[in-house]
Design a protein around this ligand. Structure first.
Ligand code: PML
Length: 272
C-alpha cells in the first residue's frame, strides 16, 4: 500500500453548513498523488453541477493519508430486493434490518426519520444519524450535522474488475460504487449492525440496507421521484460502545476497497 490523498467536498446553498446553509452535496476520494489535481477539478465540477442547484459555498479538503494507517477492505456483495413501490420498499428495508439484528422499533423509527427529514429543522442532515439498534435512540452529538463517513475509495484495479463483473447487472455506476465503498467502511466497524440509506437527491429513489451479514441490498423504491428528503442511519450495538472512538473511525481512518466480494472472481483475491 502507498501513501494516498484524501479529497473531500461538501457544498451548501444559503451560506456555509456552519452558518445554516442547506446541504447540497458531498463526495469522497482517496487517490494517488499523480491523479490528485484531476480529481480536485472533477470534484469541483461535480459540486457546481448538482441537480439540487448552484451552491454558494464549497469546501474542498485535501489531506495526506499515510500508507501505514490505511485499512484495506473487501467490497460488499450486492443484490437487489424486488420492491414495486415505496410502501413495499420501506417494508423490505424494515424486514431486512430486523433479520440482521436491528429491533423492529428502531428500523421503523429510522425509516420514519429519513422520510420526514432527520434534521431538527425538518430537512436533510449533512451527515448520518447514529442509532442504537435496540432502542432506536439517536446518539450522534449534533443532529443538524450528523457524522460523515469519510476517507474512502476503491483501489482502481479492484474497481475495474468489479465494474466488469457487475456490468450485466446494470449498476456499474459511480453512485453505486461510491455507496458500496462507504457502506463497506461503516459495516466493518465491530459495533455497526447495519446501515440504511436513501439519497436526498430528488431524482434518485433507490437506496439500500447494508451489513456484513447480508452485504449490500439495493431497494429500488425508497421514496417517490421529486422528494428532496433522505439520508443515512448507522445502527450500532451499544455494548462496549465508545461513541467518540466510533466517530473517529468513521471520519478519520482511511479505508480502501482492495478486495472483491468472495466468489466474484477467484484470481483477484488481493489486488494490492
Ligand atoms: C446517494 O447517492 O446519496 C446514495 C445512493 C445510494 C444508492 C445507490 C444504489 O445502489 O443505487
Amino acid at each position: 500500500m502507498e501513501d494516498l490523498y484524501s479529497v473531500r467536498m461538501r457544498s451548501a446553498k444559503g451560506g456555509s453548513h456552519e452558518h445554516g446553509g442547506e446541504h447540497i452535496s458531498g463526495a469522497e476520494r482517496l487517490v494517488h498523488r499523480d491523479v490528485l489535481s484531476a480529481v480536485v477539478m472533477e470534484m469541483m465540477e461535480r459540486a457546481l453541477q448538482h441537480e439540487k442547484g448552484q451552491p454558494d459555498f464549497i469546501n474542498l479538503t485535501v489531506e495526506l493519508a499515510e500508507a501505514a494507517i490505511i485499512r484495506g477492505l473487501q467490497a460488499l456483495p450486492a443484490d437487489t430486493l424486488p420492491a414495486k413501490n415505496v410502501e413495499e420498499g420501506h417494508q423490505l428495508a424494515v424486514d431486512a434490518l430486523t433479520e440482521i439484528g436491528v429491533s423492529t422499533y428502531a428500523a421503523r423509527q429510522a425509516v420514519q426519520l429519513l422520510k420526514t427529514g432527520p434534521s431538527p429543522k425538518g430537512g436533510v442532515m449533512r451527515g448520518a444519524i447514529i442509532m442504537d439498534a435496540e432502542t432506536g435512540k439517536r446518539l450522534e452529538p449534533d443532529q443538524h450535522r450528523g457524522v460523515r463517513a469519510t476517507k474512502i475509495d476503491w483501489a482502481p484495479e479492484t474497481l475495474m474488475h468489479w465494474g466488469d463483473a457487475v456490468s450485466q447487472l446494470g449498476f456499474n455506476r459511480p453512485r453505486v460504487w461510491e455507496a458500496i465503498a462507504l457502506a463497506a467502511k461503516v459495516v466493518n466497524h465491530p459495533c455497526t449492525v447495519a446501515e440504511l440509506c436513501w439519497s436526498d437527491d430528488p431524482g434518485y429513489v433507490t437506496g439500500y440496507v447494508a451489513s456484513l451479514k447480508r452485504g449490500y441490498l439495493r431497494i429500488p423504491h425508497l421514496k417517490k421521484p421529486g422528494d428532496p428528503l433522505g439520508g443515512r442511519v448507522f445502527f450500532v450495538r451499544t455494548t462496549d460502545f465508545n461513541l467518540a472512538a466510533y466517530i473517529e473511525y468513521l471520519e478519520q481512518t482511511p479505508a480502501i476497497i482492495n478486495r472483491l466480494p468472495d466468489g466474484m472472481t477467484k484470481k483477484e483475491a488481493d489486488l494490492l
